[in-house]
Design a protein. Sequence first.
Length: 194
Amino acid sequence: MTSQREKMLAGELYDALDPDLVAARTRVRELCRQLNASAEAEAVLRRDLCRQIFATGGDSVWMQPPFHCDYGTNIELGERVFFNFNCIVLDVCRVRIGDFTLFGPGVQILTPMHPLDAALRRREEYGRPVEIGSDVWVGAGALILPGVTIGANTVIGAGSVVTRAIPAGVFAAGNPSRVIREIAPDEREALVGG
């Protein structure tokens, strides 16, 4: 028999009120509460909490609280990922983020989806995974929607709504986000704030 967690991670319809899922969300919300209440000088505590929150990458993530997520255990970080203030990751499906990727303040990464049928939506939801490559910079206030892939070395402009795959090595911006241009390998100019 397939558990609700297995259905959730597979992107199938699942019951978000399943007791095991509720307990997992309660666990990480308490960890995030502690992280968000911690002082800047409490580096050891913050590192320990990040190790408990994330599936991988808690050892090197660079975090500016507050931070919020649904489960944490579905977030796989590469080396030295940076989250600025007020980032949210709703990880009902896997979220994979490559090495040295930077998120400006207020970025949201969203994997949950809800059926269009109201009766079904009352009982179940589903999700799509998100994958973000290495050395990506996501500007302040950007929304990364379910099922999106962003290639390595890409810059997403502040306030963008990323609704579909963005290739590697480009600057993309807008609502919906679209490729504006390629980024030259030797480019040094800052393209977005945050």
